[in-house]
Design a protein around this ligand. Sequence first.
Ligand SMILES: [Mn+2]
Length: 309
Amino acid sequence: MSPLYQDPHWPRASAWIEGDHVSPALGFLAVLGAPLALGSITPGRCDLAPSAIRAALQRYSSYDVEAGRDLRQLQVRDLGDLDLAALRPEQALQPLAEAVSSALASAEALVLLGGDNSVTRPGCHGTARPLSACGLLTFDAHFDLRDLGGGFNNGNPVRALLADGLPGANVVQIGIQSFVNSKAYADVARKFGLGLVTADQVQTRGIDTVVQDALEHLGRRADVIYVDLDLDVLDRAYAPATPGSRPGGLAPWQLRRAARLCGLYSKVKVIDLVEIDPTQDIAGATALAAGACMLAFAAGLHERLEVIR
Ligand SMILES: [Mn+2]
C-alpha cells in the first residue's frame, strides 16, 4: 500500500482511536477486539475483522459534518484484541465477559469488534449482572435462535441468552428477513415474546421510528442496553464480507443512522460489530460500513455526553 497522504488539516479517525484527542475530553470510549470465530456455522475468518475495521478508519476523518462535531473531543481507550482466536465460544464466555465488564468500569461506552456473532452472549454477560437488567437490541437479518444442542455458535447467541435468563421481552430484533429464517425459530421468537421488526417494516416505518421505539421499550425494562450489530443486516451489495447477508437488507445510511441513535441513548453501554470476514470483502465495502457505524455510534455518544454536561 502506498503511504497515506498526510494533511494536518484532515485528522484521521485512525489517529483518533490511537489516542489523538482534544483535552479536556468529554469522556471515554473503549474499543476492544474480540476475534472469536471458532465454530462459526459458515467457517470463515471473522477473527481478522478487528484489524480490518481499525484499518478502515484510516479512510475516514474524525469530523462529523452532520452535527458539526469533532470526535476527538472523546478520548478513545483502545484495549487491543483479546487472545480468543483459538477458543470456542463457551471457553471465551468468562474471559470476554470479564474484559467487557472491566472496559466499562472506566468508559462511558464500549465498541466491541468481533469476531462472529458468538461474541454477543459473553458481551451481554459482561454488560449487566444480573442478566435480567440487560436489554438487547439486535440489528441482524437472523433470529440467532438456533437450538443449543450442537453447542454455542454464531447461530444461537440470542437463544443462549434466553436460556441464561434474559427475558424475551428484553430483546428487540431489527432487520429480520424472509427466507433466511425458519418457522421453527420464528415460533421460538414468538414464544419468548421477542420484539421483531422485519427489514421491510424498516422501509415502511423508517429507521428513526423503529430504533427510537425499540430503545424506549428496552429502556423501560432494562438498566443497560447492549446493541448487537451484525453487518449481515445490510443488503448484500453493501456487506459482501458477511456470509449471511442477502439482497433486500438495510442500506448503510440507515444503519449509520441507527448506530448514531444508539450512541445517543443514555442506557446503551456496548455496541458490537460482528460477522465480517475480511477475506471475502470487495473494495473494503463491509469493513468501511462497519467503520462508519462505529464513528456514527461515537458521534451519538459525543452528543449524549455534551448534553449531560
Ligand atoms: Mn447474527
